[in-house]
Design a protein. Structure first.
Length: 224
């Protein structure tokens, strides 16, 4: 099982409108605590926790001061998910890592523990945790993936990627760009038949837009 997690928290949060005018999205409160703290609670059992930061990074650093959580600040440019993960590797190490988005809230079993139980590095280069559309609260639009009977992923379908995964990081070194999405790695892994998915049995709320806050709080009140 991986012992390190990367939490993505560097984005500008533009879909949040005025709510992110004076703070980064991960520090917006949902059900009485910042989104970032919801994510950190899921990985409290891991010895290495890294949060990336760019927009209003000083607020993220101040929030995490004294917690033992590392902050990987991206300057002068934001690096997207792939570039951000590669930038943080000196803190994360070279073994497979968990990643988790910080703009989502979960109701159900711990997503990282489910991933760890299903992880098979002999067959997988990445294992993405996806939730059925009907359990994706606040989701706008369709699904991202289809999970086959043997766990392989294909694009589009009835499952939404949650932002939680286990990923081998070796392929990051092969990407020439500084700024790039993890989609580039997934495409390569998919071509090799090593991109896998796991269906989440609980509920998951996308808090990337203002109305997602109320929907997430209602979900937590109902299911937690």
């Amino acid at each position: 099982m991986p012992d390190a997690v990367m939490l993505f928290a560097a984005g500008f949060g533009t879909r949040m409108g005025a709510l992110t005018a004076d703070r980064p999205k991960p520090l917006i409160d949902v059900a009485g605590k910042p989104l970032l703290d919801h994510a950190l609670a899921l990985c409290a059992h891991l010895p290495t926790r890294v949060v990336n930061a760019h927009y209003r990074a000083e607020q993220v650093e101040a929030h995490l001061a004294g917690t033992g959580v590392h902050v990987s600040v991206e300057r002068p440019d934001i690096l997207d998910t792939g570039g951000g993960l590669r930038h943080a590797l000196p803190l994360l190490g070279q073994d497979p890592v968990f990643t988790l988005n910080t703009d989502a809230v979960w109701a159900g079993p711990n997503p990282l523990r489910l991933l760890a139980e299903a992880w098979d590095p002999a067959r997988m280069d990445a294992l993405l945790l996806c939730v059925p559309l009907g359990q994706a609260v606040g989701r706008k639009g369709g699904g991202d993936f289809t999970i086959s009977g043997d766990g392989h992923l294909s694009r589009t379908g009835d499952h939404v990627y949650t932002g939680g995964q286990i990923l081998k990081t070796e392929l990051l070194a092969e990407i020439p760009e500084d700024v790039f999405s993890l989609n580039l790695l997934w495409n390569r892994m998919n071509e090799a038949g090593r991109l896998h998915g796991l269906s989440y049995p609980g509920h998951w709320a996308d808090v990337g837009h203002p109305e997602g806050i109320t929907l997430a709080e209602e979900m937590l009140a109902r299911y937690v």
